[in-house]
Ligand binder design. Structure first.
Ligand code: GDD
Length: 344
């Protein structure tokens, strides 16, 4: 099967962190968002993925060349000259998506879940409609596409970000579509959610597949909350490929890249991820934090509820809580005490 991943410009929540990489290359739990999704697609047997991007296509293509070779997957970077919304990029990539008669997956790039692709395919083939959308339950549905469907999953209506409460079942941003859907779309800026899905629902061609496990939209969620949820879900997943570290000084759900150097007498965890090439001094305490690649943390420093961007330098005897350190920043003052209020 084939797939298309929708990638927009950098999301606002990433701005303080993301002056270095395009959004899909920024790491979540020590792996780029794109890699999380590609790994799941490849595991489900997908061998060709179109990555629809309105910018920096060449840079991403170079970055992902070794990945594509290693995994035996063909990656096609389809760059828009102007942003085409969530429907137009499919029309632009039409020749790849309809290269055979099989349906194709479509993914919003900021979604993580346990990606039950094989089960979704079985559901899609069984109902016989043109499209399947994965749905999940949330507490605050007004930020999402709300889906009303019957017991068999047939969608009766689809409303993108309704102002009034209609249901708490929402579009989870993962679809399977038959190539026939491409006849409904032109190479023009257009919204799948506002234009195409309501049309498919009214012609009874759209079905809802209920996700059972965890679901994270990291574009809308606080990154630390998302990380905790992800680590917890993966810890309970018997098929997880994550290697949680557990040794003296490391507590709870902690993911540390193999290249990380940690000094003596440190306390790390719970709920911490530490990316590639990070160096941590002695007597450091890190709780509920995301430390992105290449950063250095000085000795006797305390970090709690913090996100540290890529290639940052935090001095010795620093105490930080509830803070974001933007990528490539330096906090040199020994003994500095920082408390900020928001991660977003
Ligand atoms: N290539 C490309 N070009 N991708 C785009 C463009 C564009 O012009 N505009 C948005 N995208 C990508 C985004 O990166 C994201 O992966 C996806 O399309 C949807 O983005 P938004 O249009 O910003 O919608 P949203 O994130 O507020 O809501 C979407 O996701 C929710 C689930 O998290 C919708 O699909 C909702 O219905 C859904 O509930």
């Amino acid at each position: 099967m084939k797939a298309l991943i929708m990638v927009d410009r950098d999301a606002s929540w990433l701005r303080p962190l993301n002056n270095v990489f395009p959004q899909p290359l920024l790491e979540f739990a020590n792996k780029s968002m794109l890699e999380h999704q590609l790994d799941a697609l490849v595991d489900a047997g997908v061998r060709q993925v179109v990555i629809a991007v309105p910018y920096r296509a060449e840079e991403m293509e170079q970055e992902f060349k070794p990945y594509a070779e290693r995994k035996g997957v063909k990656l096609i970077f389809s760059q828009e000259t102007e942003p085409l919304g969530t429907a137009g990029p499919m029309a632009l990539a039409r020749k790849y998506l309809e290269s055979d008669s099989e349906p194709f997956f479509v993914l919003n790039s900021d979604i993580l879940c346990d990606f039950p692709f094989k089960d979704m395919v079985a559901f899609h083939k069984n109902h016989g409609g043109e499209g399947t959308i994965a749905v999940t339950k949330v507490e605050e549905p007004s930020k999402y596409g709300v889906v009303i469907y019957d017991q068999k999953g047939k969608v009766e209506s689809f409303m993108e970000k309704p102002e009034e409460f209609v249901s708490n079942k929402i579009n989870a941003g993962l679809y399977i579509l038959n190539s026939k859907v491409l006849d409904r779309i032109e190479i023009l800026p257009a919204s799948m959610e506002k234009e195409i899905f309501p049309m498919m629902a009214s012609s009874q061609q759209l079905y809802a597949y209920e996700l059972k496990g965890y679901w994270i939209d990291i574009g809308k969620q606080d990154i630390l909350t998302g990380t905790c949820l992800y680590l917890q879900a993966e810890r309970q997943n018997s098929e997880t490929k994550l290697k949680f570290r557990s040794e003296v000084g490391i507590v709870g759900n902690v993911l540390i890249d193999e290249s990380v150097k940690i000094g003596s007498n440190c306390h790390v965890g719970p709920s911490v991820t530490i990316g590639k090439d990070v160096i941590i001094g002695d007597n450091v305490c890190i709780k509920r934090c995301v430390i992105l690649r290449g950063s250095k943390i000085g000795s006797n420093t305390w970090l709690e509820d913090c996100i540290v961007g890529v290639y940052c330098k935090i001095g010795q005897m620093v105490r930080m809580e509830k803070s974001v350190v933007p990528s490539q920043n330096i906090i040199t003052d020994n003994g500095v005490y920082v408390i900020l209020s928001s991660h977003k």
